[in-house]
Design a protein around this ligand. Structure first.
Ligand SMILES: Nc1nc(=O)c2c([nH]1)NC[C@@H]1CN(c3ccc(C(=O)N[C@@H](CCC(=O)O)C(=O)O)cc3)C=[N+]21
Length: 298
């Protein structure tokens, strides 16, 4: 047996097409094209690449991209002022502050300053609380992308045993919330978990969000399990750099039922979900009913 490869690039293209349709729908009703503001502080090379990809995808979906590149020595006050001005800007529907920030800046107050209605990363306390309470809000992009992939791969998740490895605020925790909401039976594992391999072997759905290359081995995976690899790790092998996930992909492939590759899995979905969240935020701001996304075969 060999796993079905969940082609995140193709699924992301499908989602971006749905987003573009929704943008057309908005403009037909006389609404402005949704605007996404991305704030990048400093000159981290990897962040530059993400931001460039985001800008391209945003414009490709018929939306407006607003880019703010600030020098590495930007002050906390200047950043807070920029966020305040984006909150007040009626042409801005979504605000993303690229993380991590340079070390001299404190991200918590910056995130707290983002208007929850424009918080397309779903990181404000308001949106975190809404997700925990099962209320409508804005959901972090990577978790949303994982759920859309799982929905496309498996359909109904009710009663399925899911293991999430990792409990970060941006990924692990919100994925666990969403899986719980979808009626899966959810376990959250982390660095203190005993017998992680044993936990993994029981899982019909395995979400790896650890941040360590090839951490999950092939013999940890239950035959036929659906594996979502959230990790994006840059490794250097024989002098050449490449991206690998948190799952030992070649080992997992003959065991799993379905698996996301890295690159080309969750990463492209994250960016497509950022656009999707911006369109949802725009609909709500205008009092329109927000679209629902589905990547299931029709
Ligand atoms: N506030 C905030 N929200 C984020 O969502 C956020 C962030 N800050 N800071 C940085 C990380 C990283 N991130 C990625 C998104 C897509 C790819 C992606 O599409 N990767 C491609 C590979 C790209 C390449 O080749 O370098 C792939 O997996 O196929 C990667 C990384 C979002 N992040």
């Amino acid at each position: 047996m060999t796993a079905r490869i969940l082609d995140g690039k193709a699924f992301a293209a499908k989602l971006r097409a749905q987003v573009a349709d929704a943008v057309v729908g908005l403009t037909k009703r006389g609404r402005p094209a949704p605007g996404l503001a991305v704030v990048l502080v400093g000159d981290d090379a990897a962040s530059q690449v993400y931001v460039r990809n985001k800008v391209k995808a945003t414009e490709g979906a018929g939306m407006r991209s607003i880019e703010h590149r600030l020098p590495a020595d930007t002050t906390q006050d200047a950043l807070l002022q920029l966020v305040a001005s984006l909150n007040d800007d009626p042409t801005v529907d979504g605000i993303l502050v690229q993380l991590p920030l340079p070390r001299h800046l404190d991200s918590a107050p910056v995130i707290a300053a983002i208007s929850p209605a424009k918080d397309v990363d779903g990181l404000t306390i308001e949106n975190v609380g809404r997700l925990a309470a099962g209320l409508p809000g804005l959901v972090p992009c990577t978790p949303l992308g994982c759920m859309l992939l799982l929905d496309a791969a498996l359909g109904d998740l009710a009663g399925k045993r899911a293991l999430v490895i990792g409990r970060s605020a941006l990924v692990g925790r919100p994925i666990a919330q969403l899986l719980t909401q979808a009626n899966a039976t959810v376990t959250v594992a982390h660095s203190k978990t005993r017998d992680l391999a044993g936990e993994a072997r029981r899982a019909e759905i395995l979400v790896a969000a650890i941040g360590q290359a090839d951490f999950v081995r092939g013999d940890w995976i239950a035959p036929g399990a659906t594996v979502i690899d959230v990790g994006i790790n840059r490794i250097v092998e024989n002098g050449t750099a490449r991206l690998v996930g948190d799952v030992a992909y070649d080992e997992a492939l003959p065991v799993a039922g379905a698996i996301t590759p890295v690159p080309g899995g969750v990463g492209p979905m994250t960016i497509a979900c950022l656009l999707a969240n911006t369109v949802v935020a725009a609909h709500r701001r205008h009092g329109d009913v927000a679209p629902r996304w589905s990547l299931k075969e029709d």
